[in-house]
Design a protein around this ligand. Sequence first.
Ligand SMILES: [Zn+2]
Length: 254
Amino acid sequence: MRVATGRVGHAYLLHGRTGLLEAANAYAKALNCLNGGEVACGTCLSCRVFDSGNHPDTFYVSATKTVAIGVENVRDQVVAEMATRPFRYQYKVFIIEKAETMTPAAQNALLKTIEEPAPYGVFLLLTKELELMLETVRSRCVMIKVDESGQPNAPDEAQLALAQEVIQTAHTLDILGVLMLYKKFEPLKENRESAVAFLDMLYEHYGTVVRQTQAEYAFRATRAITQTKDLLAQNGNFQLTIEIMLLKIGAYIQ
Ligand SMILES: [Zn+2]
């Protein structure tokens, strides 16, 4: 997982079976590392304070009264905290374990904060039960699958940003907008493997929407993505294939 640069949202949803907290901690530590690399240096003041377990700008959001993380927990531990700048370092990092236990009201309160982000706020939502997260929260987070080794298995930032753009805009753009969106796919043209990985990422998103809500637009998207993968496997024309996919996701063609 790379350090957020502002090109993509500052909310991440880490999902997988194991290693979620380790991955989130590594990311939180790297974000505020004074040496600013993709991996925490381990020796600067911020890193050392982090290792001591008392980092002033890292917050672990948890339930207080019940097993579920309630709206008051989000208000007290996130919303109120976001009102002020970091104490000492660049980012305030909020780590929310078992994010799926957030009540819908809690998820909605968090959503408002994610949608009006202060430049210093970074949210790391952790869940083993992705399907229990509200779709509105998921669509505003960069999805990071953490694999068995506990290593985040992250696509590059440009791909993540593009996936978010497709998910958020493809079914609202006009036809010209859809065709313009293709231009951003150009970097994938010469690398079919990363193109397929990108399509899988998109599919995962829409597939989950279908499972959760049976929404027609998402069903249409999964079908279009599957057809696109088939066509690319048959060496179909890349631009045409992608444009058709986007037009199908946008419901301009069947
Ligand atoms: Zn450091």
